[in-house]
Design a protein around this ligand. Structure first.
Ligand code: DGP
Ligand code: NA
Ligand code: NA
Length: 213
C-alpha cells in the first residue's frame, strides 16, 4: 500500500459487499452529494470491464469462458493495477475517488473458493502497490437477503452458498478503516449513514491531515 504523506489530496473511498447489496446505487449517490458540495469526485468500479483485461474478466463472469482460479485472480488484480497510475494522479490532484469494489473483493472472492494454494496472504500479496483506501464502506447484508433481489444468479459468483463464504472472508479482512453499514434499509437511510462516515474522511484528505479516520 502506498501512502501519500500529509499533503492535500483527494480521498479514496471504497465500497465493498456481496453481490446485489446496493453498492453501485450508493456510490452514485455519494458522488452526487460530494459534487453538490463542490468536492471534485468521480466514481470508478472494479472490475473495469472496458479494458482488454476487463473484457476477459467479463467473459469469465458471464461464464462464457473458463479460467484457472489463479489466472482469474491475477487478472482481477491486474485490472486494478492497470489503473494504479491514474488513481495516484487523480488523488494527488485532489480528486476524490469513490470506488465500487477494490482489493478487498479481490481477496474475499478468491479466498472464498478455498483453493489451498490461494491463501489470503497470497491473495493480498498481488495487491501491493495500489493506493490504500482511506475508508471502506462495507454494505452488510446476508447472502440470503441479497439472493432475493431482482436479477440475482446471472453471474458466476451469484450463488448463496458461495456468497456466504465471501461474507466470512470479508469479515476476516475488516480493520479500523471499515465502516459497516446495514444495507437492508431504504436507499435514502443508507445514503445518510454513508454521508456521515464519508464526509469527514474527504474533508480530512483535502485538508492534508493524517490518513484514515
Ligand atoms: P460487480 O460488477 O460489482 O457485480 O462485480 C462482478 C463480480 O466480480 C462480483 O461477483 C464480484 C466479483 N469480483 C470483483 N472483484 C473481484 C476480484 O478481484 N476477484 C474475484 N475473484 N472476484 C471479484
Ligand atoms: Na454482480
Ligand atoms: Na454492483
Amino acid at each position: 500500500e502506498v501512502s501519500y504523506g500529509q499533503s492535500s489530496r483527494g480521498a479514496l473511498i471504497v465500497f465493498e459487499g456481496g453481490d446485489r447489496c446496493g453498492k453501485t446505487t450508493q456510490c452514485r449517490k455519494l458522488v452526487e452529494r460530494l459534487r453538490s458540495q463542490g468536492v471534485d469526485a468521480v466514481m470508478w468500479r472494479f472490475p473495469d470491464r472496458s479494458t482488454s483485461i476487463g473484457q476477459a474478466i467479463n467473459a469469465y463472469l458471464v461464464e462464457q469462458s473458463h479460467m484457472d482460479d489463479a489466472v482469474a485472480h491475477l487478472l482481477f488484480a491486474a485490472n486494478r493495477m492497470e489503473k494504479r497510475e491514474e488513481m495516484l494522479r487523480l488523488l494527488s490532484g485532489r480528486t476524490t475517488l469513490v470506488v465500487d469494489r477494490y482489493s478487498y473483493s479481490g481477496v474475499a472472492y478468491t479466498a472464498a473458493k478455498g483453493v489451498p494454494h490461494l491463501s489470503m496472504d497470497y491473495c493480498r500479496a498481488v495487491e501491493v502497490g495500489l493506493p490504500a483506501a482511506d475508508l471502506v464502506i462495507f454494505m452488510d447484508m446476508t447472502a440470503e437477503a441479497t439472493a432475493a433481489r431482482g436479477g440475482y444468479g446471472q453471474e458466476r459468483y451469484e450463488k448463496v452458498d458461495f456468497q456466504q463464504k465471501v461474507m466470512k472472508a470479508f469479515e476476516a479482512l475488516r480493520d479500523e478503516r471499515w465502516a459497516v453499514i446495514d444495507a437492508s434499509g431504504t436507499i435514502d437511510d443508507i445514503h445518510q449513514k454513508v454521508a456521515a462516515v464519508a464526509e469527514p474522511v474527504v474533508q480530512r484528505a483535502l485538508a492534508g491531515s493524517a490518513l484514515g479516520r
